[in-house]
Design a protein around this ligand. Structure first.
Ligand code: XLS
Ligand code: NI
Ligand code: NI
Length: 437
């Protein structure tokens, strides 16, 4: 493997006191915490599309970011060189995983047959690089939104031909993910939504989406793909009404169509906030039904209403997310995938390192703080106490299903008014700050 794409040494842990910007201050991959290395707890992953296909383009101008390995050769030749550069980066940033869309790693051909062949060639190369470096695939997915054929959706497209094309594309992406030992497979509903009901049969589109998911489940079973299926909710962008709006609507969809036992959720921070939720809210909604799968680690901008996909640097927000993740027992086969991109003027090679170092350190610090908070049990005992009236007597009867409107009515009519109890929010917010600053 060519090792000279990045004139930067492997990023090492130097501790909180270091002033070296190209070092970790909190992420110490081999440090054992609770019997497991930080690397295995956090399961960091690099998003191929942003880090190796992102060029800094926005609606007002083309790319700003150029990389040396992109400069000459055929499309396929560049795809292979790019993959070498990517693995060099994964190794140097000490990320044990990566994620891709089919079309990020291999160019789309003139026909589906050619696209499939391109994908096979690149995936064969990726397998060699995985073997040589020990880096693994967290998840694969298919890009069912960029090509013009998908302008009105893929599985929810009004044209059955497009549905079939999308099915063929996911079949190939599942084959590729299985071949590379991918631990999960993600469905983000690209353009699965609509702009106006004047041209849309909402019920039929949702039925079709469910059919598509059932076909995916059947195919995975057929080829023996053991990875976890994940749905990644997002409320808007590209379409005004996306069917997988947030985790709650995703649960409703999966349960309605009897798909819930086959899926968990890939929760993206910026998508949570676009839906009007906090990151930890979405995690808790998924965890409450045992469907927390993986995280697309990024952040939005509070002043902007779109998916800015920035690298996470807010320790407080991520600590709240980490508390919810740890309370749920961790991410299992999921991980922390940096679905985040460099800002348009961040054009240097080292910007890619600095961005990931910031994200990894933020998560590592949040992980440590969250563990301490959970260990101290100050918040959990406060919450436990707040609900303690359900631990015995009338409360216990309510929880166990013994109580009825009649039994409760009989009882409460003889009692005095409930005594108001403070929610103590400000005290708890101050307590949280005492862990952070
Ligand atoms: C887009 C999504 C996408 C998925 C994978 O907003 O975050 O990148 O993670 O298709
Ligand atoms: Ni994402
Ligand atoms: Ni996103």
């Amino acid at each position: 493997m060519a090792k000279q794409n990045f004139p930067i040494k492997k990023i090492e842990y130097e501790g909180p006191e270091t002033d070296n910007p190209l070092a970790f201050r909190h992420y110490n991959p081999d440090e054992i915490i609770g019997g497991k290395s930080m690397k295995d707890h956090l399961r960091f992953s690099i998003a191929y599309w942003h880090s190796f296909r992102g060029v800094g383009l926005d609606p007002f101008g083309g790319g700003t970011i150029t990389r040396p390995w992109e400069s000459k050769g055929s499309e396929m030749g560049i795809a292979l060189k790019r993959m070498d550069a990517a693995f060099e980066f994964f190794e140097k940033i000490q990320a044990p995983y990566y994620c891709f869309h089919d079309r990020d790693i291999a160019p789309e051909g003139k026909t589906l047959g050619e696209s499939n062949r391109n994908l096979k060639t690149v995936v064969t190369h990726a397998k060699k690089l995985q073997k040589a470096t020990g880096i693994k695939l967290l998840w694969g997915t298919a890009n069912l939104f960029s090509n013009v054929r998908y302008m009105c959706g893929a599985a929810t497209n009004p044209d059955a031909h497009v549905f079939a094309y999308a099915a063929a594309q996911v079949k190939a992406a599942l084959d590729a993910t299985k071949y590379l030992g991918g631990e999960n497979y993600v469905f983000w509903g690209g353009r699965e939504g609509y702009e106006t009901l004047l041209n849309t049969d909402l019920k039929r589109e949702q039925d079709h989406l469910a059919r598509f998911m059932h076909m995916a489940v059947d195919y995975a079973k057929k080829i023996g793909f053991k990875g976890q299926f994940l749905i990644e909710p997002k409320p808007k962008e590209p379409t005004k009404h996306q069917y997988d709006f947030d985790v709650a609507s995703g649960i409703a969809f999966l349960k309605t169509y009897k798909l819930d036992k086959h899926f968990k959720f890939n929760i993206e921070t910026n998508h949570a906030t676009l839906a009007g939720h906090s990151f930890n809210h979405e995690i808790e909604v998924a965890a409450a039904v045992g469907m927390l799968g993986s995280i697309d680690a990024n952040t939005g901008d509070t002043l902007l209403g779109w998916d800015t996909d920035q690298f996470p640097t807010d320790v407080k927000d991520i600590t709240l997310g980490m508390i919810s993740i740890l309370k749920a027992g961790g991410l299992g086969s999921g991980g922390l995938n940096f679905d985040a991109k460099l800002r348009r003027p961040s054009i240097d090679l080292d910007d890619l390192f600095l961005a990931h170092i910031g994200g990894m350190d933020t998560y590592a610090l949040a992980f440590k703080v969250a563990r301490q908070i959970l260990k101290d049990k100050k918040f959990s005992s406060f919450v436990k106490d707040r609900y303690s009236s359900f631990d015995s007597g009338m409360g216990k009867e309510i929880e166990s299903g013994k109580a009825t409107f009649e039994t409760l009515s009989k009882r409460v009519i003889r009692m005095k008014e409930p005594v108001p109890v403070s929610g103590k929010q400000e005290y708890l917010e101050n307590l949280l700050n005492s862990y952070l600053y």
